[in-house]
Structure formats: structure tokens, C-alpha cells
Design a protein around this ligand. Structure first.
Ligand SMILES: Cc1cc2nc3c(=O)[nH]c(=O)nc-3n(C[C@H](O)[C@H](O)[C@H](O)COP(=O)(O)OP(=O)(O)OC[C@H]3O[C@@H](n4cnc5c(N)ncnc54)[C@H](O)[C@@H]3O)c2cc1C
Length: 416
């Protein structure tokens, strides 16, 4: 069947789905339909507006080391024109602190020099699709650090990884940490003012991509996909049933674990995907604090629920918006998430915070060491294209703007 006639459904209107739908269009596929369950596109790229200024409820920035993002922006003619970010580290009482104690700086330099040589042996980190994962990468990241004697780097990774809601390094396997933050991204992370931001927010990427896609269906959750006797696929939304030749799922894959054509192993695998519950609060405050503040004490598992970062992205010092980030508190916590956050804000000297908008994300999907060892990604990659169904999105690409573009473009190269 030629490209003109082949009907392709893309499920999910986040960055991955949009990059795939735009890429298919560019490759000459004329019958591409994108389904998004919400009334807005973008998924975890979610810009909001207050008094004429953009703020982010989801992703905040790109890094200078994001080469795939650079390529996409060039293609779509998007410029980096957003505010310069800054970062100051605090203790829970609002006093400024150094991220690495002076006496550890020598070890830090030595570990940083050693890191690229250690990473070089891991072939599975070099390709977009995840195959032949080396056994040590399946271990929790903190164990991987211990094996490789990266004592200071372990803490530095917590400051850059855990702080953004990506999870506890005693649980998340090294594979995820090192794909999300490879050596080049780690080095980029240390040059904060150079981060990429956009005046109109990360949603600038979404707006430009969506202009290239003909058939977008909003507010249309895909509930089921069934295989017909002719080998075509029926997509069932809340409203209608439509027939396609191929389907690409970029939405959370655990929500599709019930599909009738998966075998028992696949169902179990999809149900084993774990997430971080990460909350983003947009507060209006009388006097906006300056820049971006990271509260390093709150990164320990015992301080879950407390603020990990706050971000005041624009130089406004009177009434305005500040964005605050925190994991869910432990289940036995007597205080609600909002009470904890408000108390923290008051302790940091923020007066009269009023909640404007909040978002609870199912953030950073991952599978644990046992599931990796039992062959999760081999199964996923072997299933690509089977029954004309393809898999992309965060669990396949291992999140971040860069990795989602990388995986999505690679999927198109491999199969379309
Ligand atoms: C708070 C936060 C901060 C972040 N900060 C950064 C950052 O600064 N830099 C960075 O590089 N990355 C960051 N990330 C990660 C990055 O935003 C994501 O990895 C990326 O945007 C994921 O894109 P995606 O399209 O794969 O998934 P998603 O954005 O999750 O998109 C999936 C889409 O599928 C839709 N959907 C779900 N189910 C269905 C269904 N049944 N039918 C139809 N549609 C469905 C959803 O509504 C959603 O729109 C951050 C993420 C969060 C949450």
C-alpha cells in the first residue's frame, strides 16, 4: 500500500505524538490522525499565562546539549528568546548553602574526569532504542555509583535528578538516570544561564508542530484498539469507532495493558510501569522571590511532600506568580500536600501565597531492576510493528524533551 492510502493513527498529543505525526507528514503520509484525550495539546509541555507572562506547569527548559531539540527548532524556525534562569541552593530555613562542601571539590573534579570513560563502555546508552542493556545499568543508580566509586557525583545527581521529580536514586535504575542525564547533559546542567527557554513557553514547540499536522482530534480519549480479521485496527474513542492500517501509541502504555492482542507477559509488563507523583503549584504572591531556589534538604525520602524547587522565571518583584514543585507527601502524613507547601513558603519568607493553579503529574515512568532483568525492553522492542502497532512516548524514550524527540524520530527512521 502506498503512503497516500495508508491510514495511521497516533495516540497522544504530547511532544512524542506531535513529532511523530509531523514526521509522518514530512515523509509523505497523507492520512495521519492524531488523538488527544484532553482539550489541549502538549501533555507535559504545559505553558500557562498570568498578566501577559508565560509560566510552565510542565517542562521548563531545554539544555544546550540537546542536539535533537536544536534540529527540531531549526526546522520549525523557533528561536530561544525566553528568560535566563538562575539557581540558588537553600536549606529548609531559607539560608543559602553550597551544593558541594569545599572539602569534596577535589574528589568531584576527579570523578567528573573519570565519568565519560566509565560511560563509554555502555553501548545500550548510545542508541535511541533500548537493547542489550548491560546488567550493571539495571541496578538502582546509587548502587551503580557505589560500584564505580562516584561518591560526590551521587549527590550531584540527586541535586539535578531527584529535584526535578525524577525520583529516588536508591530505586530508579541507573539506565534511566544516565539516559536522562548523560555526561553532556550533566555538564550542560552546570551552566544554568545557558538553558533554553522561550518567551511564549515550551508550548511554542507544540504550536509550531501542530501547524504541520492536518487531522488533530482533541478531547477524544482512545479507549480501546481491536484487531480486525483483515489485519486492520479499530480505534474506539468516547464518540466513534474508526479504522486504521497502523497505530502508534505515545500515551502512557500502562493505560493500554488491556488490549486483546497482547499476551499475558505483555500485560504484566505494562502493569509494572511505575511513576513518580510530582506536583506543580502556581501561586500568586505579594512579593515574588528572586530566581530559582532549590531546597536540598528536601530531597531526602523522609522529606517527601516538602518543596524541592521554586521558580520565579521573570524579574518581577511585586505581585506575581511563583511556581513550586514537590513530591506527594507519604501516605500516612497528617498534613495535606497544600498545607505542607504553604508552611514551607511562609518559612522561606513568601507572604500571602494564593493558589492559582495546580497539576499532579504521573511523572518519570520507569520499571524496576527485577522487571528490567526479566527482559522488559527486549519484549517492547520485539513487539514494534507486530499487529501494525508501534510503541513510543516516555517509557520507551526515557523522558526529557531531547529523548522524546530522539526516540520518535528514530522510530520513524526504522519503520516508516
Ligand atoms: C513537571 C515536569 C517538568 C519537566 N521538566 C522538563 C524539563 O525542564 N526539560 C525536559 O527536557 N523535560 C522535562 N520534563 C519531561 C518532558 O516534559 C516529558 O518527558 C515529555 O514532554 C513527554 O512527552 P510525551 O509526548 O512522550 O508524553 P506526554 O507529554 O505525557 O503526552 C502524552 C499525551 O497522551 C495523552 N493521552 C493519554 N492517554 C490517552 C488516550 N487514551 N487517548 C488519547 N490521548 C491520550 C495525554 O493527555 C498527553 O497529552 C518535565 C516533565 C514534568 C512533568
Amino acid at each position: 500500500m502506498d503512503k497516500e492510502d495508508r491510514k495511521i493513527a497516533v495516540i497522544g498529543g504530547g511532544l512524542s505524538g506531535l513529532v511523530i505525526a509531523e514526521g509522518l507528514n514530512k515523509k509523505g503520509y497523507k492520512n495521519v490522525t492524531l488523538f488527544e484525550k484532553n482539550e489541549r495539546l502538549g501533555g507535559k509541555l504545559h505553558t500557562i499565562w498570568y498578566k501577559g507572562k508565560s509560566y510552565e506547569l510542565g517542562a521548563i527548559f531545554g539544555l544546550p546539549s540537546y542536539s535533537k531539540l536544536k534540529g527540531l527548532m531549526k526546522r520549525l524556525n523557533i528561536k530561544i528568546d525566553g528568560p535566563k534562569l538562575s539557581r540558588t541552593n537553600y536549606n529548609a530555613d531559607g539560608q543559602k548553602i553550597m551544593p558541594i562542601p569545599k572539602e569534596n571539590l577535589g574528589d568531584f573534579v576527579e570523578e567528573l574526569e573519570r565519568l565519560p570513560h566509565v560511560l563509554d563502555i555502555y553501548k545500550s546508552l548510545k542508541n535511541a532504542s533500548i537493547k542489550n542493556i548491560e546488567p550493571t545499568l539495571m541496578l538502582p543508580f546509587s548502587k551503580w555509583c557505589d560500584i564505580n566509586q562516584f561518591e560526590v557525583l551521587k549527590t550531584v545527581y540527586i541535586h539535578y535528578f531527584t529535584i526535578f521529580g525524577l525520583g529516588n536514586i536508591d530505586e530508579v535504575p541507573a539506565l534511566y538516570v544516565l539516559r536522562i542525564m548523560n555526561y553532556y547533559h550533566l555538564m550542560s546542567f552546570m551552566q544554568i544561564p545557558e538553558f533554553y527557554t522561550w518567551k511564549n513557553g515550551v508550548s511554542s514547540l507544540i504550536e509550531s508542530l501542530s501547524k504541520e499536522i492536518g487531522d488533530i482530534r482533541l478531547g477524544q480519549k482512545v479507549m480501546d484498539i481491536t484487531l480486525s480479521s483483515k489485519g486492520t485496527l479499530w480505534i474506539q474513542t468516547k464518540f466513534e469507532r474508526l479504522e486504521f492500517h497502523q497505530v502508534i501509541i505515545t500515551a502512557s502504555l500502562d493505560e493500554f495493558s488491556h488490549l486483546h492482542f497482547w499476551d499475558q507477559d505483555m500485560r504484566q509488563y505494562l502493569n509494572s510501569i511505575k511513576y513518580q507523583s510530582f506536583n506543580v503549584y502556581a501561586f500568586i504572591v505579594n512579593k515574588v522571590p528572586k530566581g530559582c531556589g532549590c531546597i536540598l534538604e528536601n530531597l531526602s525520602p523522609s522529606r517527601r511532600g516538602h518543596i524541592t524547587i521554586w521558580d520565579a522565571r521573570w524579574d518581577i518583584y511585586d505581585e506575581g506568580m511563583v511556581i513550586v514543585y514537590a513530591y506527594d507527601p507519604p501516605e500516612d502524613s497528617k498534613l495535606s500536600s497544600l498545607d505542607i507547601i504553604k508552611e514551607d513558603l511562609l518559612r522561606l519568607g513568601v507572604k500571602n501565597p494564593r493558589l492559582y493553579q495546580a497539576k499532579r503529574w504521573k511523572h518519570c515512568p520507569y520499571v524496576d531492576t527485577d522487571t528490567l532483568e526479566s527482559g522488559f525492553y527486549d519484549k517492547m522492542e520485539n513487539l514494534q510493528g507486530m499487529n501494525n502497532v508501534f510503541l513510543a512516548g516516555e517509557i520507551m524514550s526515557m523522558l526529557s524533551i531531547e529523548n522524546c524527540i530522539w526516540y520518535s524520530e528514530d522510530l520513524l527512521e526504522r519503520f516508516f
